[in-house]
Every structure is written in C-alpha cells, then in structure tokens.
Design a protein around this ligand. Structure first.
Ligand SMILES: [Zn+2]
Length: 144
C-alpha cells in the first residue's frame, strides 16, 4: 500500500513516515518575527518583511477545540465508510496557532492539553493510495 501526504507543501519533507516523522513547515517574517502556517509569501502584519521557511515545533497545547459532527465542505473528502465525527481545533505551538484535527478522546480533550504532531488517514485516492493529513494527539508522559 502506498501512502502520501495530503499536501506536501505543508511539511518539511515529503516523506510521511521518514526520520522522526513529519514536521510542519510554516514561514517567518524577517521584519517582525510573525510566524504563519500554512506558508504565505507576504507578512500579514507588516509591509516589508521577507518570509522564509520555518519548521514548526511538534509539541503544543490545545488552544480551542470543537467536535466536527458534520462533513466539512470540499476540499474535504470523507474517508471510506463515510464521515465520522472528529475533534478539530487550534493548537498553540508557542509561536503560531495551527488549525488541525485533534486525535484526542472526548474524555481527555480540554483547553491546555499537551499534544504532539502525528498523521492520520484522511481518505483513499482512486488508485488506492492512502492520503494522510496532519493531526495532534495527546502527549504522553515520558515522551520527548
Ligand atoms: Zn512582518
């Protein structure tokens, strides 16, 4: 079975399971230090900063969350078997808020929960390729 990332431009490398796992790739402004994700060519906060690639931290904390009970609008594609509700929210990585799926059980999810970057299957392409997207899961004690 082959696997690919949903959008390789979002990641540091194109390998979904390479090395230490995926790292999200944002951009940082040389003028004011603002970090954005996904990458942008111009700074949202100042007129003359130069944006350069910035690998984002893998750990953060849940900043807000909600339950995605209904299928989102396209480009969302439901997985085989149809849409199942999942948690989604913003994760505070210290320098930027990232909107992401949260692979966290209902009993555990809360604002401030420490989470860590992971990938989850999103859907399957027509040719059978499993497409994965980024998500955050609870960071367990003892993990680096
Ligand atoms: Zn700026």
């Amino acid at each position: 079975m082959t696997t690919r990332l949903i959008d390789e431009s979002l990641f540091e490398n194109g390998e979904p399971h390479g090395g230490d796992g995926p790292r999200l790739l944002g951009a940082r402004c040389s003028g004011c230090g603002t970090v954005v994700f996904p990458r942008q060519d111009s700074c949202p906060r100042c007129p003359d900063g130069v944006m350069s690639a910035r690998v984002l931290p893998v750990s953060g904390r849940v900043w807000s969350w909600t339950l995605q009970a209904f299928p989102p609008k396209p480009p969302y594609r439901p997985p085989a078997g149809g849409h199942r509700p999942y948690h989604v929210g913003y994760v505070d990585l210290g320098e930027v808020l990232v909107e992401a799926r949260l692979v966290v059980p209902r009993a555990e999810i809360r604002i401030g929960l420490p989470v860590r970057l992971t990938t989850v299957p999103a859907y399957r392409d027509e040719d059978g390729t499993e497409v994965v997207t980024f998500a955050f899961r609870p960071e367990r004690d003892g993990e680096r």
